[in-house]
Design a protein around this ligand. Structure first.
Ligand code: NDP
Length: 246
């Protein structure tokens, strides 16, 4: 029988979200792809079709840092049956707080915290009784250990870790059919570095020497998806990946 359920990936237009969408397509998952850049989402849709022409791919170009868009998006998704929601969209910002651009500070909190909370809540309310459903939220190694010069970013990711781990426990205690999980990557070569540093290009080799690729991170996310455990953590020192309970 044809699978009519969908996996939603926010921030699917580049980096970890892009590769995660491809990895789920290879597992025959239908996909709903969300980000601002429509051209990149269309490019991904084409790539997925050449990987696996059996899956349906829908794109919803949306700026998730605007509150009204978030409610509208969830309403627009009403006709589709969802099984997994991956809140991956997010960005970082480096530099001392006193030098941070106020608008950027607002946007980062809106996207990384408020939007993630609202989308998680809407998804949980609608699907918590549906067997096999999963909510996966993207934190960071910086969501477990603070890095100076990125305090707003780290604080937003501490929130994501706390929110998702708490929700994971709550869902288990209330015997919900849904599972909540959190992934905490360390340095991964994506557009993240250039966005966080406000640069057109960013040299990961020079800055980190050691980092993961988006493809590797997508595979870690898949192992978290397959696991009964709720936390997937990349160790910032050793770059090893560990799954654990909350
Ligand atoms: P990218 O910059 O490559 O991807 C970020 C994604 O988020 C893009 O698809 C972007 O799409 C989307 N996005 C950004 N702003 C918005 C918005 N306002 N509305 C909708 N979508 C938006 O970075 P990564 O792949 O590295 O980041 C993915 C996640 O992983 C983030 O949450 C990040 O914090 C986390 N992470 C990354 C690490 C790294 O080293 N790379 C380490 C730890 C965590 P578009 O611009 O088209 O809107």
């Amino acid at each position: 029988m044809t699978n009519r359920k969908y996996t939603v990936v926010t921030g699917a237009s580049s980096g970890i979200g892009y590769e995660t969408a491809k990895a789920f397509a290879e597992r025959d998952k239908n996909l709903i792809l969300i980000a601002r850049r429509e051209n990149k989402l269309n490019q991904l849709k084409k790539e997925i079709f050449s990987l696996n022409s059996n899956v349906n791919v829908l794109i919803f170009p949306t700026d998730l840092s605007i509150r009204e868009n978030v409610n509208q998006l969830f309403n627009d998704l009403e006709p589709y049956e969802l099984e997994t929601w991956i809140n991956n969209a997010g960005f970082g910002m480096y530099g001392d707080l006193e030098n941070n651009n106020i608008e950027k500070v607002e946007k980062i909190v809106q996207l990384n915290v408020e939007t993630l909370t609202l989308l998680s809540t809407l998804f949980v309310k609608k699907y918590r009784h549906v067997a096999g459903t999963q909510l996966i939220n993207m934190s960071s190694a910086g969501g477990y250990t603070i890095v100076p010069n990125a305090v707003v970013y780290c604080a937003t990711k501490f929130y994501v870790s706390a929110f998702t781990e708490g929700l994971a426990q709550e869902l288990i205690q209330s015997k919900s059919e849904m599972r909540a999980k959190v992934l905490a990557p360390a340095a991964t070569k994506t557009e993240f570095g250039q966005v966080a540093n406000n640069l057109d290009t960013y040299d990961y080799d020079q800055s980190f020497g050691m980092y993961h690729t988006s493809q590797q991170m997508a595979q870690f996310l898949l192992s978290l998806y397959d696991s009964d455990l709720s936390v997937g953590h990349v160790n910032r020192e050793t770059f090893t990946f560990e799954l654990s309970d909350t």
